[in-house]
Design a protein around this ligand. Sequence first.
Ligand code: EPZ
Length: 417
Amino acid sequence: MDSIHIRGGVTLQGKVRIQGSKNAALPILAASILTKEPSCIRNCPRIADVYRMLSLLNSLGCEVSWENDGIRICAGNICSGDMPKEAITGMRSSLCLLGAMTGRCGEVVMEHPGGCVIGERPIDLHLWALGQMGVAFEEAGGRLYARAEELHGAYIELPIASVGATENILLAAVMAQGDTVICGAAREPEVVALCRYLQCCGACIEGVGTGLLRICGGRKLKGADFRVPADRIVAGTYLFGCMITGGNVFLEEAPAGEMGSVLRLAESMGTQCDLAQEGIYVQSVPRPILPSAIRTAPYPGFPTDLQSMALAVMTVGEGKCLVEENIFENRFRVVEPLRAMGADISVLDSRRVLVKGVERLSGRDTEALELRGGAALVLAGLRAEGETRIQGCGYIYRGYENISRDLRELGARIISV
Ligand code: EPZ
């Protein structure tokens, strides 16, 4: 099932449960190898990237099994890692095994992860930071060889609040001898979730949720039973799906506390968001009012992963909006397909587009080029007149358990074929 067909024009109504967070689950699964005791990671989303991570962990010698709503992982017998090629190059998020494997085994060999369509995605900060902790790297034949004779703590000042680099440093630091300080650490909720899991395993981490983390290394970690928080990006996706159709929905388990910038944007566009104990009630207006500008930024700023979906909503709003992408250098791939559906979007430069709201979009055959741009096309199809058929939906399934099922629960006329 690589395509999604949508007949637009339906106002979303009803309730949908938000899945567990992809970007929290993946580093936590990697972190589970830091102890020989079994862990149970609950509420993991059943998505392609999680399945790939589990297969990779299994290939390293981990015992992995799904049990009810959790994944049981035991890394008692893992060997030093020579990771399969397709694991890394096909899934950048397995890069966090670099820190975990050097922490656990003192060495790892992996394919150098390339960039992807949203940007070059370098790993210089990962290598530089782990190098300060005693990890030696060699690159040969497109492969990266990492070895740490003796992993030690360090004072690391990150010039960019890189989520992945922060996670890799954390995974090595809990195993290193001595203390590590990360100044300029990423503050994303997914980093917080990783810290919470590591603390459940017995790690000593101070400053969680801030840009200054202190890790006391060298503690023997134990297994933990941990629940992955709900996915703020999936919740934001369905929030924008409600807005683009002028609907009223309840986002069950949506992590409102992690969505401040998203909720503020929605409310500035005329949407009413009421927080409840177990989720968010969303009431939209028939046509959103466009803010003059939105800019993506590291957390707690507006998340880059929701930029494409916000852009889709903007295409049918009243007014015009400057959209500025400040995290990745090529995250406007969805502009052309949206234009083909009738959107009025001008590309000002590689980081900025100007969108002017139009009355209607027209459904058509189109193609997803990456995960979040694909989700944005689904949202556009919900609003567009007629049928929209999206190819290349394998990208979307990497991050969404079942976007067609979820949106059908809200009344959309959508099927995966
Ligand atoms: C994580 O990617 C997420 N992926 C991304 O989500 C998310 O968009 C991104 O963080 C930003 O929030 C996962 O968690 C699996 P970064 P990551 O390192 O860690 C530059 C999705 O759709 N940089 O915070 O790769 C980099 O080029 C995905 O779910 C360096 O220059 O992002 C970018 O411009 C997409 N050198 C900026 O930092 C480095 O060594 C932020 O990247 C590392 C990063």
